[in-house]
Design a protein around this ligand. Sequence first.
Ligand SMILES: NC(=O)c1ccc[n+]([C@@H]2O[C@H](COP(=O)([O-])OP(=O)(O)OC[C@H]3O[C@@H](n4cnc5c(N)ncnc54)[C@H](O)[C@@H]3O)[C@@H](O)[C@H]2O)c1
Ligand SMILES: [Zn+2]
Ligand SMILES: [Zn+2]
Length: 393
Amino acid sequence: MKALTWHGKRDVRVDNVPDPAIEEPTDAIVRVTSSGICGSDLHLYEVLGAFMSEGSILGHEPMGVVEEVGAEVTDLKPGDRVVIPFNIACGSCFMCSQGLHSQCETTQVREEGKGARLFGYTRLYGEVPGGQAELLRVPLANYGPIQVPAGPPDDRFVYLSDVLPTAWQAVEYAGVPDGGSVVVLGLGPIGDMSARIAQHRGYRAIGIDLVPERLERVRSRGIEALDLRDHDGDLVEVVREMTEGRGPDSVIDAVGMEAHGAPAAKLVQAMSSLLPDALEAKLIEKAGIDRLSAFHTAIELVRRGGTISLVGVYGGMVDPVPMMTLFDKQIQLRMGQANVKRWVPEIMPLLLDGDPLGVDSFASHRLPLEEGPDAYEKFQKKQDGFAKVLLQP
Ligand SMILES: NC(=O)c1ccc[n+]([C@@H]2O[C@H](COP(=O)([O-])OP(=O)(O)OC[C@H]3O[C@@H](n4cnc5c(N)ncnc54)[C@H](O)[C@@H]3O)[C@@H](O)[C@H]2O)c1
Ligand SMILES: [Zn+2]
Ligand SMILES: [Zn+2]
């Protein structure tokens, strides 16, 4: 089959690889029809290369049609239309039963001291072949796959794999009071969808980014948005003026470790990639590699006693964090990988009755797998309006 594979920093290729096969009786094989490219894939493309192996199949946002099931898979059959959550979870352990699927105790990667296995996401998360491919092997297939009805286009459902539950959790964890306000830093797919969900729930959402097309996408839905480039120096003041002088009740950081505006950490990230893999991995795990500018902005922006919800991925260990300000402002912090299946029952009604979140027109590009390498590049550089890519193998 054809698959998008990782070959090095900014080097993604279309390779011919062996078809996956059933390995465990609880596996299923899915023929992929749509598969997102995510901001998380850009970390692999750029700073997390030391944790990748050459030839690894990328992708964790697939949907498709079941082609084959193992002997113990009773809840799925060939022909079923399914979306595959990015975390691989059992559904029955202590963590899963509390809705913490990204901490699943059956699939935790204990050798690396990490949480649940993820599709297409480095050896830290089990090096499971990903879904930017024609076929995908799905472990624990009695629990993971989300069955969706025939009829609407893939666009309606594919974001259940990651974008929708991730944004939903970001808003949930932001703990916005009824009728309250939330600033969303970063308007990539995750921040954009978080702002839409916040608006849908009746909160005042204010988005912040520096890419004109992305600002326009949220403004066109009636959401306020500020261009970071217009507010170099007065951002905090301007947002306070918009929020009764106090700052928003909550801030969602949907930027993560590659934030614009942190030259020192950018330099460390760039230098570390010149080291041999083993040293680079150590440096990235143990040294400060995060460009924390968005997180620092969140700390400054949020009102006293407010909540910051970190949804952007961070990876460093010793990056300095302003503990005094966090403590003095009495800020609450919540974060983590999305627990996909936890939120599906709440999101599904919004996909079956009209399209209040605008998922049908959320993709900026729908492309064949062959154009994957080019799509990675344009998505990373934010060129040509690349905001959300769906690959259609
Ligand atoms: N927690 C989870 O389970 C989960 C799931 C999916 C994605 N993520 C993470 O969420 C983050 C966003 O993902 P995405 O797909 O939207 O990616 P993205 O890279 O397209 O979006 C990031 C956006 O932040 C903007 N930005 C950069 N620096 C900024 C700054 N200083 N202030 C404001 N905006 C800034 C960029 O212009 C871009 O639009 C990534 O870190 C990704 O890894 C987390
Ligand atoms: Zn993703
Ligand atoms: Zn579990």
